[in-house]
Design a protein around this ligand. Structure first.
Ligand SMILES: *Cc1c(COP(=O)(O)O)cnc(C)c1O
Length: 359
């Protein structure tokens, strides 16, 4: 069912390991990066930067193509980045390009399909690694059709299960790169995260035979199974789910705009369907974001604060992934929109009240 959600075939290996989404980064670093390998990081926020830091831990030499805050990296920019490395480089191409499908810190969705197409065309030996922790099951993702080599995700975001499972798919090209490394006698850079240890276990699971390396988080695997069954066999099909997330996202943006809250994401076409990051206007006071989170929380709605360090205290994030949109007719979205309107009103009144008191 995991393969169905990312549209890949049995040739891809699925790794389900106990650990959070971050463990997917470590799996890539430990198994696909050798010290000195060059990696191009397409960065659209905090999580792209985290992935870069992780891969450097494993000896990667990284180059970052950073989008301006709230923006995207265009296919043309990626193409230029790949070509310039070829011109001035030491003759070695990038081993990997990493892309964050939806950067959860900004709500920006990268055009993974177009970016992967550029890599396949300009630098066919380079692996495309997609961080789909936030996006999977809220945004369209077609691993094989798009030429993506590794998809990494986690149980708790769009996939709607409790946190604690790292979900990673490695396609045939990625497995071949890893096999090549093994054939040269180069060991994995990790132990718990080593595919040498896990691949036989995961292949055994595929054929319903038992195998052991480390104890699986069985309760989470059960929960994840229930969630996948709902997504792939439930009454709302996967394409219908994606459409519901798109609608929810548009409704949240429109409602927020009416309240004077505008998205960090500067291109409406790149606005994620599973979550939205919103600037809190100055009219809500210098601590408006904190006040808004508190006001929402008093209404029983938990929003997330900002993550991008430089502007952390100036924006909030709303999740509209998984059950909150596809469950119970999406009534959570109505509830959040209503609460947001009231909370913004309360914070504004408090700020204006204080202003009057000062006068
Ligand atoms: C949440 C997130 C991660 C990290 O996942 P954890 O489960 O918190 O370790 C990585 N990348 C993206 C895009 C995320 O949204």
């Amino acid at each position: 069912m995991t393969r169905e959600v990312v549209h890949t075939t049995a040739g891809s290996a699925v790794f389900l390991l106990a650990g959070s989404g971050t463990l997917g980064w470590d799996q890539v670093g430990a198994n696909l990066v050798e010290p000195g390998d060059r990696v191009l990081v397409v960065q659209t926020g905090y999580f792209g930067e985290g992935f870069r830091e992780c891969l450097e831990t494993y000896g990667a030499r990284t180059t970052t193509l950073a989008a301006p805050l709230g923006g995207t990296v265009s296919p043309a920019e990626l193409e230029a980045g790949l070509l310039s490395a070829r011109r001035k480089g030491d003759g070695r191409a990038y081993k990997l390009v990493t892309i964050t499908h939806v950067d959860t810190s900004t709500g920006v969705r990268a055009d993974a399909r177009a970016l992967a197409e550029v890599v396949r065309r300009v630098s066919p030996g380079t692996l495309v690694v997609l961080d789909a922790v936030c996006s999977l099951a809220s945004e369209e993702l077609r691993m094989d059709d798009w030429g993506v080599d590794v998809v990494l995700s986690a149980s708790q975001k769009g996939l709607g299960a409790p946190p604690g499972l790292s979900v990673l798919l490695a396609g045939e090209r990625a497995l071949a790169v890893w096999e090549g490394r093994k054939a040269r006698g180069v060991k994995s850079g990790g132990f718990y995260s080593s595919w040498e240890k896990w691949l036989p276990v995961m292949r055994a699971y595929d054929t319903n035979t038992p195998a052991y390396f480390g104890t699986p988080a069985v309760s989470l695997v059960r929960a994840y199974h229930a969630s996948l069954a709902e997504i792939t066999r439930g009454s709302i099909s996967l394409p219908a789910r994606l459409a519901l997330h798109a609608t929810a996202s548009k409704r949240v943006s429109a409602a927020a705009a009416r309240l004077g809250l505008h998205p960090l994401c500067t291109d409406p076409r790149a606005q994620a369907y599973g979550m939205t990051a919103l600037w809190v206007p100055e009219s809500l006071g210098p601590t408006g974001a904190g006040a808004l989170l508190a006001a929402m929380s008093r209404k029983g709605v938990v929003l997330a604060g900002g993550l991008v360090a430089a502007v952390k205290g100036r924006y909030v994030r709303i999740g509209h992934m998984g059950w909150s949109v596809v469950g119970e007719g999406g009534k959570d979205v109505d509830l959040v929109i209503k609460a947001l309107g009231e909370a913004v009103g309360e914070v504004r009144e408090a700020v204006e009240g204080k202003g009057l008191a000062r006068l």
